[in-house]
Design a protein around this ligand. Sequence first.
Ligand code: ZN
Length: 141
Amino acid sequence: MGITVTTTIDAAHYIPDHPKCGYTHGHTWVITLTLWFNLEDEEVKSHLERHHMLVDFGALKKWFWCIVGEYDHTLLNNYFSYPTCERIAQTIAYQVKDRLSEVCKLPVRTINVLVSESEDTNVTVTLELQDKFHEPPSTVQ
Ligand SMILES: [Zn+2]
């Protein structure tokens, strides 16, 4: 089961030495986060049965903004040597991974971060998390 929130930031960037993108310009970046949960995991399953949701959308959006809002109305070159979609998505995905326990106590199987700088282009980063449910079930002797 995937839980998705989307937010946008307005930010400028330039790609050093790039013939077209080497000049400072701006985008409205659309940034989408999906947290994937394993419904076969007992903890996830019982949480869903009791609370009918895995993560509160409002809490997740607010938390996600704490990460990506830092880049809003900035020059992204102040944060990245090469602020391409790839580098931005990679950085945000690892920021999400490092801080995930702040917003979600359940085991997350996969983090997906999609960064788009225009309607027809985007980059997706997928981080597979090694959690306890990746281990084979212990056999009863
Ligand atoms: Zn650009």
